[in-house]
Structure formats: structure tokens, C-alpha cells
Design a protein around this ligand. Structure first.
Ligand code: NAD
Length: 542
């Protein structure tokens, strides 16, 4: 409907609720948690708006109480994947042609539903099945998801407004078409907001989507699907399937209509998908867009001009919030020798204060890691460090999976800057520290830059502006999100667009216009208002 140049509501960040004792939001989320925890959620797949139950199910268990079943999800065989693809393609014509205002309204409505009636349920689902404390759930599953929807609507219109110049007698315009085919969204377990945004960003731009959430996020994915439906998302636009990721990806990537991958997860999975897409390139009707945000080994580097308490606090928050399972979590730090005793003292004080346990008790800062494989991997590295003469475990080191997958917040001091836990992404509450000689600060920056294949987030601490400038330059390519005198986590949509380079991803910045542009294919239209009738140009003479 071209009857006006509409302005969308100005996007503002959703205020983070505090969940302080006695607050209504705390009472509501805890009551919802209790009710959901003692129910059994049946999570179907969603193909063409229909709930698909195969009976081939897997249990959903909270990571902090792994013998307790809170639900189950149904898994696909190849015919379901084929159906999800053909359904998406059948929905494409109507969805890609509907006015952008209709698409915008659906996601703006989803934002309002989540800010209101869906908030407690989305947060409680994330607390239960992904083991997030209430605050971590709030900043992810409520606020970040709301922000993605609101800001993406604004960015979409910013993109549409970007138009070429026209010359006298000529009108040039571009239209931002969706990709020709369908987009495949694969999401990780650790952020409910990312899970929703991967299919939603593509759908907002007019694409149809096959979405494969992580098995470990199926519980909150169900709440997302219900919310999208209530917001008015038409059937077939986002089709949700669960199950064997290899079978699903093989089927999807074999389709000639596959036109884009929107992935967030680990580096090796993404690289293999990229390779598979490359091998299939002659199959596809278009060159697929490949967007992936992947692993990290995020750093904190401190100069001796910085404040030891600020550095220690950044380490505690950056490394241990959500059990170190943020892609942005700090997991290696470089501290000058002259500051180390002070930083260490503060770290020990803060670590002693941290409580660990179920998210049902909001006083627990640390909860469980996501699953047994992750627990075993992290525990293995911690135990190796305990036995290793090249490392000292100075804080934590305990782990216990009898009830839930609990790993104590752990600090390892490494004698070598390339020690295993200085360079390997563990995705757990483990910080490894290398203490450098103060005079070697420039060489230590080289270590930060060159020790790992990743470049996702990183932070430097200094009060000396010459040092800040030098470090920022030296680490120019070491992080896609670079923080000065702050922890490297907690990016906010609209303020710190998120993504990394090198092996950390394609750096297409989730929550930005840059990301949305990847889900469009521009058509340029040049219209000549009065067409010429003489083929001869002036230079040819009379
Ligand atoms: P993961 O790679 O194990 O899983 C991610 C998704 O890929 C899941 O849906 C999973 O089922 C699917 N998958 C797994 N194997 C596959 C295969 N062979 N083929 C196709 N799909 C497959 O990652 P995870 O454990 O869910 O998440 C943690 C990882 O994600 C970490 O490496 C973290 O750094 C990264 N991450 C990065 C960002 C970012 O913005 N850079 C954000 C969140 C998470």
C-alpha cells in the first residue's frame, strides 16, 4: 500500500527490570517458574503453521536438575525437512509481496507482547532449560529480544530510505527485495534472543525461513513460536524443525532454493557448513548469503595504570556471568606483575562471595552449565590444570554433576601465554590469567593479538590515554567488539552492534542495518521519463 511515507515508532531500549526482593516482577517470574517446572511441555515442530508431532521425542531437563523432566520435543525425519522447505517456498510469494508495514507491525507487536504478557514465561523458560539466573534471563530473553525487534524495524526503514540520486528526466530507485529462495536459520543454546532474531531478521526483510533451534533451547523456542503466532506471523513464514543437525543440514543445503544461512554457534560447525555450501554451489539458483557469528576466546588486558578493583570486577562479571557461556565471556586475561597481588586479592574476595545453584533461588549468581558434554569438557581442562606444573588453579576448581552440571567459578594462572586454557574456547566459568612483566606491555599486546584464531570481544584497562591509543591500535583486528575500561560482555542492541572477525564470524553485526542488508537483494530501477528518439549523440555532429 503506497499511501504515505510512514515513520516507524522510534526504537528505544527496553528498560531492564530489577527483580529486587519484594518486586512484583520477581514474584511473577518465580511463580511462573514454579508452575512451568512442575508441568510437562510438549514441544511440537511447526510446519506451515501446523504443530507437527512425530512421537520421536527427546526429553527436556534443566541443566541444574538433570533428572527432572520439564518437557519433550519432537524430532524430524527427512520428510519433515522437505515439508518445511516446500512450505516456506509456498509462503514466499504472499510474504515477500506484503507491505513492509505489515511485516513491521508483526514484529513490533511481538516486542510489545514480550514486554508485557510473555515476559515472565519467556524468562522462566530460559531460566529453567538454559539455567540462567533471573537477571541474565531478563537481559537476554526479554530485553535483548525486544530490542532486536524494535531496532530492526527501524533499521529496515533506514535501509529503504537509502536511495540513489536521480538526474534530470530520470528517476532512479532501488528496492530491497528478499532473497530468491529461503533462508536457513541455525541457532545456539545460549541466547534466547539470538534464537529468535536469526529467523526474525530474515523474515522481517520479507524472507521465508526454515529454523533449526538448538536442542538445548527448544523449551524457550516454543514460547517464541507461540508469541510470533499471537503477533500475527502468517503460517509457513518461519518453519521450525528439531532433530539430527547433520541430516537436517544435509537436506536443507541440497535444495536448489537455499539462498542464505543465518548461523550462530561454534566455529567448527560453521566452517563445515560453509564448506558444504561451497561443495554444493553448482546446485543453487543464487549465490547463498552466509552469515555466521561463532566462537571466541575473549580477553581482558590490563596496563599498570589501571585500577585493580575495576579489573578484578570486570573479570568476575565478564568471566562468570551465565557460567562463562556467553560468546563474549572473558576467558583469558593479561595482568602486569606489579598489579597482580591486588587483582588476585579482589578476585578471591569476589569469588568467595558468589553463590552457585538453581536459578529458582535468585541469590545464586552462578547456575549450571548447559549439558553433560560441556560439563565433562570443562572439568577435564580444570583437572588437567590442577595436575599441570605449568598452571595453578588459584580459585575454584570444583565440579559436581550429581544433580546439575555445576562448575565452580575457576581462575587458573598459566605460566605460559599459550597454555591450553589460554587459547581454547571452553565455554564455561573458567578464567585463565597470564601475568606479564610490566615493562613487557607492548609484547603482551602481541600475545593477545596472536595467541588464538578468534577475534570476537576484548577489553583493555588503562587510565593513560597514550597507552589506550597504542593498545587500541595494536589490537585493531583482535576483536569485533572492543571495550575500553569495561568488561567485554553485555552488548546492547542499538548501542553496541555485535560480532567478531577472524574465526569468530563474518562480523555482520547482529542488531544492525548491516545484518539486515544481507537478507536483501537490491533491484535497481532506472526510469527515463521521456525516452529519446534519436540514436545519434551530439559528438557525432550534424
Ligand atoms: P553449537 O555449534 O554446538 O550449536 C549451534 C547450532 O548448530 C545448534 O542448533 C546445533 O544443533 C547446530 N549444529 C551442531 N552441529 C551441527 C552440524 N554438524 N551441522 C549443522 N548444525 C549443527 O553451539 P552451541 O553450543 O549451541 O553454542 C555455543 C557456541 O556458539 C560457542 O562457540 C559460542 O562462542 C558461539 N556463539 C557465538 C555467538 C556470536 O555472536 N559470535 C553468540 C552465541 C554463541
Amino acid at each position: 500500500m503506497g499511501r504515505g511515507f510512514f515513520n516507524v515508532p522510534k526504537a528505544v531500549n527496553e528498560p531492564v527490570k530489577e527483580y529486587a526482593p519484594g518486586s512484583p516482577e520477581r514474584a511473577e517470574v518465580l511463580a511462573t517458574y514454579k508452575e512451568m517446572f512442575h508441568s510437562n511441555m510438549d514441544v511440537p515442530m511447526h510446519i506451515n503453521g501446523e504443530e507437527v508431532r512425530t512421537g520421536n521425542t527427546k526429553n527436556i531437563t534443566p541443566p541444574h536438575d538433570h533428572q527432572h523432566v520439564v518437557g519433550h520435543y519432537h524430532t524430524a525425519n527427512k520428510s519433515h525437512v522437505d515439508a518445511a522447505i516446500s512450505t516456506a517456498l509456498a509462503a514466499r510469494e504472499a510474504w515477500s509481496n506484503v507491505s513492509w508495514t505489515e511485516r513491521a507491525t508483526i514484529f513490533l507487536k511481538a516486542a510489545e507482547l514480550l514486554a508485557g504478557p510473555y515476559r515472565a514465561r519467556m524468562n522462566a523458560a530460559t531460566m529453567i532449560a538454559q539455567s540462567k539466573n533471573v537477571y541474565q534471563a531478563e537481559i537476554d530473553a526479554a530485553c535483548e529480544m525486544i530490542d532486536f525487534f524494535r531496532f530492526n524495524v527501524q533499521y529496515m526503514t533506514d535501509i529503504f530510505k537509502d536511495q540513489p540520486a536521480s538526474a534530470p528526466g530520470i528517476w532512479n530507485r532501488v528496492e530491497y527485495r528478499p532473497l530468491e529462495g529461503f533462508v536457513y536459520a541455525i541457532s545456539p543454546f545460549n541466547f534466547t534472543s539470538i534464537a529468535a532474531n536469526l529467523p526474525a531478521a530474515a523474515a522481517l526483510m520479507g524472507n521465508v525461513v526454515v529454523w533449526k533451534p538448538s536442542d538445548h533451547q527448544a523449551y524457550s523456542a516454543q514460547v517464541i513460536v507461540e508469541m510470533f503466532k499471537e503477533a500475527g506471523l502468517p503460517d509457513g513464514v518461519i518453519n521450525v524443525i528439531y532433530g539430527d543437525p547433520v541430516m537436517i543440514s544435509d537436506t536443507v543445503l541440497d535444495s536448489p532454493d537455499f539462498s542464505g544461512l543465518h548461523f550462530t554457534g561454534s566455529t567448527h560447525v560453521f566452517k563445515n557448513l560453509w564448506k558444504q555450501i561451497g561443495n554444493n554451489i553448482h546446485t543453487y539458483k543464487t549465490y547463498p548469503r552466509i552469515v555466521g557469528e561463532t566462537g571466541g576466546k575473549d580477553f581482558i588486558w590490563a596496563h599498570n595504570s589501571s585500577n585493580p578493583l575495576q579489573v578484578a570486577t570486570a573479570i568476575t562479571r565478564g568471566a562468570f556471568e551465565y557460567q562463562g557461556q556467553k560468546c563474549s565471556a572473558a576467558s583469558r586475561a593479561y595482568i602486569p606483575a606489579s598489579m597482580w597481588e591486588d587483582v588476585k586479592g579482589h578476585l578471591i574476595t569476589q569469588a568467595n562471595d558468589i553463590k552457585m545453584g538453581s536459578p529458582e533461588d535468585p541469590s545464586n549468581f552462578v547456575n549450571a552449565v548447559i549439558h553433560e558434554a560441556s560439563f565433562d569438557k570443562i572439568a577435564h581442562f580444570i583437572d588437567a590444570a590442577k595436575a599441570d606444573k605449568d598452571a595453578d588453579v588459584i580459585i575454584g576448581g570444583g565440579h559436581d554433576k550429581s544433580v546439575g552440571y555445576f562448575i565452580e567459578p575457576t581462575v587458573i594462572v598459566a605460566k605460559s601465554p599459550t597454555y591450553a586454557t589460554m587459547t581454547t574456547e571452553l565455554f564455561g566459568p573458567v578464567m585463565t590469567i597470564f601475568v606479564y612483566e610490566d615493562a613487557e606491555w607492548e609484547a603482551s599486546l602481541k600475545l593477545v593479538d596472536e595467541s588464538t584464531e578468534f577475534a570476537l570481544t576484548g577489553a583493555i584497562f588503562s587510565t593513560d590515554r597514550y597507552i589506550v591509543e597504542k593498545a587500541s591500535k595494536a589490537l585493531e583486528n583482535a576483536a569485533g567488539n572492543f571495550y575500553i575500561n569495561d568488561k567485554p560482555t553485555g552488548a546492547v542492541v542499538g548501542q553496541q552492534p555485535f560480532g567478531g572477525g577472524r574465526a569468530s564470524g563474518t562480523n555482520d553485526k547482529a542488531g544492525s542495518a548491516q545484518n539486515l542488508l544481507r537478507w536483501t537483494s537490491v533491484r535497481l530501477i532506472k526510469e527515463t521519463l521521456v525516452s529519446p528518439t534519436d540514436y545519434k549523440y551530439a559528438f557525432l555532429g550534424a
